[in-house]
Design a protein around this ligand. Structure first.
Ligand code: B12
Ligand code: SF4
Length: 480
């Protein structure tokens, strides 16, 4: 029995635009969902993984699979359905899973033979068994899986053409920020894989650099931090000879022992969601963690960097509190905090989030010709209506933000800082150049986006921004 697992690509996502920008090759990450599914698949199945971000085979001439499994984030959904439609036309059953199919179940069910919602560990073997007997059900619900002692992901199935391997050590997040779907999808409880499994899987990764995909590797409570220390200690003792990057919250900086162990275990970079330069913004997104009074963010960033760990700061643009000038304000805040790279994304309502419910109710989601429009839900397009910024204005803010942070003098200064602090200056420079080179690409992409979308929604949008501004001034909104 032949199983083909497919990660669809979205040409609007920078990681696949390697030809247009050389530096993007450092942004291609391995699709862990499919490697995990492959790990769960019994040996009687011959499994292959197609990652369209790397290359797309000719589906018409490849050996005919008995079952196709497709994963998709929301931004990949459109392409996922195209691929599904092709295989279904050949009579090959298609099963889809992942965050998008879970959050937009009806849409997915109309376009594939079977949908797996939630985490697949508890149901995948049953799905395969049913497929083998030609009795695939329309829906399987994996819910939240027990991740103790599950088979290791098949790290061997993909080529070495990736800049980073991928591994997961925990699932779930209790914080439930308004724009994020992780708590809805993976639950509020922080679940941890056994440390010995993580170390064993790490040893099977071919790449020298690894992305630890956990949403928050160190967790939020003292027992989570104790577990992170145990994990890092075990990784250091295993002498993995791999370096890795991960996502953490800013409290990573508060524990010297934790930082030291992380560095010894191979940690060379962390992504931290600062989200907004203002307390009002943080309150709006519900990021309580960053609101701790008395925190000196610059000192926190420095403490992390002192251990040879790069800090990538992430911010959101387009919050209801964001007014003209926000782009420069974010760039200045990131510069002041001293982060090595800045990643600013447009506030985007993704299905399954509190933000989606709120914006839908307020009729602030104009790009809603689904599934086609999902391709714009990459967080790099302004798909919503923003309270104080029109589409053109928010794009302008984004460009100003990136231009200010990625100016040549500032890149040189950061590279010099990292050289001085022995924080991988070459990697730092590559990161900065990658972002800078995408500025040019982004301008072109925004121009195309504006051409396509301005006419239909501009009038309504002007009314929306005007009414928001009048509301703020205490005047009645304009008559419809
Ligand atoms: C790693 C990661 C990335 C990597 C992706 C690497 C890759 N090629 O997969 C990178 C950095 C490239 C990335 C990019 C983006 N990401 Co991202 N990412 C993640 C992260 C942190 C972990 C994903 C992961 O590997 N999980 C581990 C695997 C094992 O879990 P899983 O993917 O959920 O798979 C399980 C189930 O879903 C299910 N399943 C999945 N697929 C399938 C398929 C079948 C057939 C079956 C049966 C089951 C099944 O079974 C698996 C095992 O239980 C998640 C957060 C999260 N907790 O999931 C965000 C997340 C998926 N990303 C998100 C977003 C928004 C993006 C971006 C759009 C924006 C951005 N700039 O970050 C881009 C889009 C990229 C694109 N190609 O379009 C959102 C997606 C929300 C949504 N509705 O789509 C998430 C949920 C984070 C969030 N804050 O909400 N991301
Ligand atoms: S943004 Fe991060 S901290 Fe907030 S809910 Fe999502 S995973 Fe948790």
């Amino acid at each position: 029995m032949r199983l083909c697992l497919i990660n669809p690509s979205n040409p609007l996502v920078s990681i696949v635009r390697v030809k247009e920008s050389y530096w993007n090759r450092y942004r291609v990450w391995k699709p862990l969902s499919l490697m995990t599914l492959a790990g769960l698949t019994p040996p009687e199945w011959d499994v292959s993984i197609v990652d369209e971000n790397i290359s797309t085979p000719d589906y018409t001439t490849m050996p005919r699979p008995d079952l196709v499994g497709i994963t998709a984030f929301t931004s990949q959904a459109n392409r996922a359905y195209e691929v599904a439609s092709h295989f279904r036309s050949l009579g090959v059953p298609v099963v889809m899973g992942g965050i998008h199919a879970t959050m937009c179940l009806e849409e997915a069910m109309e376009r594939v033979d079977s949908v797996v919602t939630g985490e697949a560990e508890g149901v995948w073997v049953q799905v395969l068994e049913d497929a083998r007997h030609g009795s695939l059900k329309r829906l399987y619900d994996g819910g939240l899986a027990d991740i103790n002692g599950v088979p290791l992901a098949r790290q061997d199935l993909l080529s070495r053409r990736y800049a980073f391997g991928a591994i997961q050590t925990t699932r779930g997040c209790p914080l439930n920020c308004s724009f994020c779907s992780v708590t809805t999808f993976n639950g509020a409880q922080y679940r941890q894989r056994p440390i010995s499994d993580v170390v064993r899987e790490f040893q099977t990764i071919g790449e020298k650099r690894v992305l630890v995909v956990d949403d928050n590797l160190i967790g939020t409570r003292s027992d989570h931090i104790a577990r992170a220390k145990d994990l890092f200690g075990a990784m250091a003792r295993a002498n993995l000879r791999r370096t890795w990057v991960a996502q953490v919250t800013i409290n990573f900086a508060d524990d010297e022992e934790l930082l030291e162990l992380a560095s010894k275990a191979g940690c060379r970079g962390v992504f931290i969601g600062f989200e907004s330069p203002t307390p009002e913004g943080l309150r709006e997104v519900g990021k309580k963690f960053n609101l701790l009074r008395g925190r000196d963010l610059r000192a926190s960033v420095r403490r992390i960097q002192r251990h040879g760990i790069l800090v990538v700061g992430s911010f959101i643009i387009g919050l209801d509190v964001d007014e003209p000038g926000i782009g420069k304000r974010i760039a200045e805040a990131a510069h002041q905090y001293g982060v090595d790279n800045l990643n600013t994304l447009f506030l985007t309502p993704l299905p399954g989030t509190k933000l989606w419910d709120q914006m839908k109710t307020q009729r602030r989601v104009p790009l809603d010709t689904f599934p086609e429009d999902w391709k714009y839900y990459t967080l790099t397009f302004p798909v919503a209506r923003y309270k104080h910024l029109s589409t053109a204005a928010i794009i302008d803010e984004m460009i100003r933000c990136d231009e200010a942070f990625y100016s040549i003098p500032r890149i040189l200064r950061r590279t010099f800082d990292s050289l001085w602090g022995r924080r991988m200056p070459v990697v730092n420079l590559i990161g900065n150049l990658s972002y800078r080179s995408n500025l040019r690409l982004s301008r072109k992409t925004y121009a195309d986006f504006m051409r396509k979308h301005s006419n239909d929604s501009l009038t309504e949008e002007r009314q929306f921004v005007a009414s928001s501004q009048m509301d703020k001034a205490g005047s009645p909104p304009p008559a419809p």
